[in-house]
Design a protein around this ligand. Structure first.
Ligand SMILES: [Fe+2]
Ligand SMILES: [Fe+2]
Length: 383
């Protein structure tokens, strides 16, 4: 295949505007095959086809992925491997969510970088466009409806991937995220919130800390207490999360945005980011504030061991009408048997998933890179 045809095929298969394609060279550098997207320029500077670039030392997750990728190019199968999550690079004040994919194309080792946010924007753009051009036309209304459903499903999928990206920074957080979703749904169901809210609440609550993917590792993964400046940066995870989820038509994401933004507000107005108080704080965020505090303190953290449930509930009672909404807290205390049941169920699920993963690893050799391949096994603190 001539070089021209080869480039054309690459473009046809992979080369949408959100994707950069690079060929790996033996000396560790890369030849640019397709450098379309703007974020690629932000990341490595201006390039054109054929340029040689060095990607090392720019983003730690990519460096980690390259270790696995080089091993794959040297010994792996013809199918590719992908980074098992999205990471976010901050370049200046721009946030770039990225994922990487390594495979042999025409027998040559290639690295494909793409930015899911770009796809996310495109999906939203498509929806907008479909509405504007088609909604007035009755005949096409159903087609639009189907398209909207599909786009919603894709938005939800992206939401799940964002949640797993936040989770990906610390394996201990996976179970936390799962419990928060279920605790929140339990409390909201007992409060008889509208079905429309309940339908989306578990996913929405699990996104409460999604903004942490925008917090630098040296702060997020710091084992000890944060200093003043670090705390200020850490507190940004509320507004970053809200920005990630804003302007969506998907109910789960709209609800997720409210929760991400307001789950650190406190009933007495001393919380962040805005110091809202009482019923100014969305009810769903008041619920998450309670279940999040509870779950974080009754489980081990890298900088302190777990406290007993009795001890934690004692502290929480003391925070009635200070940190916590009194009515929601009373209900939460009343629901302790069900809370304990959810904790047992999630522990069981996590143990089963671990056993399954260990079994798979023993059978299939190395398999896909695990999150420890990227991030190590450090945990992070709740802030
Ligand atoms: Fe948080
Ligand atoms: Fe949390």
């Amino acid at each position: 295949m001539s070089q021209d045809t080869y480039e054309a095929v690459l473009h046809a298969v992979l080369g949408d505007a959100g994707t950069a394609v690079l060929e790996a060279r033996p000396d560790g550098s890369f030849r640019v095959v397709s450098s379309g997207p703007e974020w690629f320029t932000v990341l490595v500077g201006p390039t054109k086809q054929g340029d040689i670039v060095d990607l090392g030392g720019r983003c730690p997750p990519l460096d980690h992925f390259m270790l696995v990728a080089r091993d794959h190019w040297a010994h792996g199968s013809t199918t590719g491997i992908e980074s098992s999550g999205i990471w976010i690079e901050m370049v200046g004040d721009q946030e770039i969510p990225l994922e990487a994919y390594a495979r042999r194309i025409e027998g040559r080792p290639h690295l494909i970088l793409s930015s899911p946010a770009r796809q996310y924007d495109e999906v939203r753009g498509m929806l907008q466009h479909a509405r504007e051009s088609l909604l007035s036309n009755g005949v096409l209304e159903r087609a639009v409806e189907e398209r909207t459903q599909m786009i919603r499903a894709r938005e939800e999928e992206i939401a799940v991937r964002l949640v797993s990206a936040a989770e990906f920074r610390d394996s201990a957080t996976g179970a936390h995220i799962r419990r928060i979703g279920r605790f929140t749904l339990l409390v909201a169901t007992a409060m008889r919130l509208h079905e429309h809210v309940l339908d989306h609440l578990e996913l929405a609550a699990s996104m409460h800390d999604v903004g942490k993917i925008g917090i630098p590792d040296h702060i997020l993964l710091k084992p000890g207490p944060l200093d003043e400046e670090e705390r200020r940066v850490m507190e940004r995870h509320t507004v970053v999360g809200a920005r990630i989820l804003e302007d969506s038509d998907t109910p789960a994401l709209q609800l997720g945005r409210e929760i991400a933004l307001s789950h650190h507000e406190r009933w007495d107005g001393t919380g962040y980011p805005f110091g809202l108080s009482g019923e100014q704080i969305p009810l769903v965020a008041r619920i998450v504030a309670i279940v999040d505090y509870f779950d974080a303190t009754v489980n081990d953290r890298p900088y302190r061991p777990a406290m007993s449930v009795e001890e934690v509930l004692g502290i929480m009672r003391g925070e009635r009408e200070r940190h916590f909404d009194p009515a929601v807290l009373d209900l939460f205390l009343h629901l302790q048997p069900q809370i304990a049941e959810i904790r047992r169920a999630v522990d069981l699920e996590v143990a089963e998933e671990r056993a399954l993963a260990a079994e798979r690893a023993a059978l299939g050799g190395r398999g896909a890179p695990s999150r420890e391949d990227f991030w190590g096994t450090d945990g992070f603190a709740l802030h």
